[in-house]
Design a protein. Structure first.
Length: 224
């Protein structure tokens, strides 16, 4: 399943035509965020679509102790906020900028008017939402059924894929440990073993996958 996920996880902006992209740019409000800036709070009830123009956002839940439970990392071209438009729900997660980030903000009323002239946006957002739901189900299944080493490896592949990158992402190991439901010591041991096998590499605040396809094959050979 991970091979298929990697193949279908194109960012939202890659799914639409140049004309639709130009229309989004004209209708949106471009906002720049510094590293760590809060973009949306969980529970915010203003409908709208947000699109990462550049940089990276962390999606998840901020805990009382300041750690961040990550559900996805979204890179350039990725969108978020679809639930506020189609399901009349408040924001379901906290959204935080990671590094200098630019986001196109498209309020609900503007989005509705834009879809009247650019109907392809609906199809692209539907695919985006369904793929993201599939990603979350894969994460839940990994958390419930896989041993620690395989669980860590699979979540790393998923997080790298949602950034739009093939090889690396930036995160604090404390946040990753909370996301995986592991202690920092247990996570460190798993990363050390994966690194010794040449499957991951660690840098300052960064985890790299030297060969994502090789890691996917390694996981697939061990999944039930």
């Amino acid at each position: 399943m991970l091979e298929r996920l990697a193949a279908i996880s194109d960012p939202f902006l890659k799914m639409i035509s140049p004309n639709a992209l130009s229309a989004i740019e004209a209708a949106s409000i471009l906002i720049k965020y510094g590293d760590g800036a809060l973009i949306h709070n969980r529970g915010d009830d203003k409908p709208g679509l947000s699109i990462v123009r550049s940089g990276l956002v962390r999606v998840g839940m901020i805990r009382e102790d300041g750690t961040f439970v990550i559900t996805s990392l979204l890179g350039a071209g990725q969108s978020f906020g679809e639930f506020t438009l189609f399901a009349d729900l408040p924001r379901t997660h906290d959204i935080v900028a990671q590094g200098e980030t630019e986001v196109w903000q498209l309020p609900g009323a503007r989005f509705s008017r834009l879809c009247e002239t650019q109907p392809e946006l609906m199809e692209a957002l539907l695919k985006t939402a369904l793929v993201r739901s599939h990603v979350l189900l894969e994460m839940i299944e990994a958390m419930r059924s896989l041993p620690v080493l395989e669980r860590v490896a699979k979540i790393l592949v998923i997080l790298v894929t949602t950034t739009g990158e093939n090889s690396h992402f930036y995160t604090r190991q404390s946040d990753l440990a909370v996301t995986l439901g592991l202690s920092r010591t247990t996570l460190s041991k798993a990363l050390t073993q994966l690194e010794a096998d040449g499957l991951v590499a660690r840098g300052y605040g960064q985890i790299s996958l030297p060969d994502r396809d090789r890691l996917i094959a390694w996981i697939s050979a061990r999944e039930p």
